[in-house]
Design a protein around this ligand. Sequence first.
Ligand code: ZN
Length: 343
Amino acid sequence: MSDAVFRLSDPKFQVFASLKETVLAEFFVGVDVGGTTVKFALAQDDGRIFHESVIETDSHEGPDDVINRIGNHVSKIVSDAGGNASAVGMGLPGLVDVYQGVSRYLPNMTTHWKDVPVAEKLSPRVGCPVRLLNDVRMATYGELVYGHGRSSATMVFLAIGTGIGGGIVIDGKLRLGPLGAAGELGHQTIDPTGPMCGCGNHGCLETLASGTALAAEGIRLMLMGLAPNLHDAVDGDPALVTAEMMGSVADRDEPVRDAILKAASDVAIGISNVITAIHPELVVIGGGVAKLGELLLGRIREDVRARVGRLFPTDDIRIEASQLGSRAGVMGAIALASRGLPS
Ligand SMILES: [Zn+2]
């Protein structure tokens, strides 16, 4: 593993290099903890990645076990690389006290990791400082430092996946707020009479346009006989319906296409609200649902222009898919490790 050379399909992105061929000043570990998997990267501050790997989260084992396994894996990849890590940056899916290094509430993790001193537990295991951040704020940081954000000072990031997370960059600085919770764009109310959200509110953007909400609508359409191509694609199994799968049949099942466009319109309401507040130059859409591509982005751009185009010259506000894609999180973790929290 030590001198493994990884190649990326996306030539825009960093070139992987062999550690043995490189004189390293410093390198950093990025860890992106999700409900299902934990992603790791070993990289330099300039964004060159030397190693990437993934392990299962298995959050049912509890935080101590997950933190232990993360510690073991970080130690292994650093030791295989034949060096020392200067710092670890780590994203967690939920509310994190970034200044104390403590998880406050992770809704998708078994036991919810309430008040777990994650940095204090992990740091001695890996022999260097550990810095925490919410996973989507971290992906925003990644996009800011290594992706589209390099050309924009004021940027909104929206990650549409199982839920919807967000992050806001103003004048080149990631906005954290007192807890690191600023930018929870998925929990802005879009429909006050809408479905109940995991946060306790009703009609949050997340309840209407997340991958989970889209898949639920896809299942409903399929079971009502309105999506025959979706039915064929998943062999009638509701458990296999995903937003991405819906995208693949959208040109044949009109109700499925309409469901995706409705979600895009709801996202556009959320984005328009943020535009009126901070007038960004750039809005970046990440997360698995961003793979729906132009079907999603085209409707978002159209609706945003219709909603706020008379207030702002929206031709100057770019709305783009994430440049880093599924790597935005780990690359943000590298930025967090090497540069620390935005101050
Ligand atoms: Zn909510």
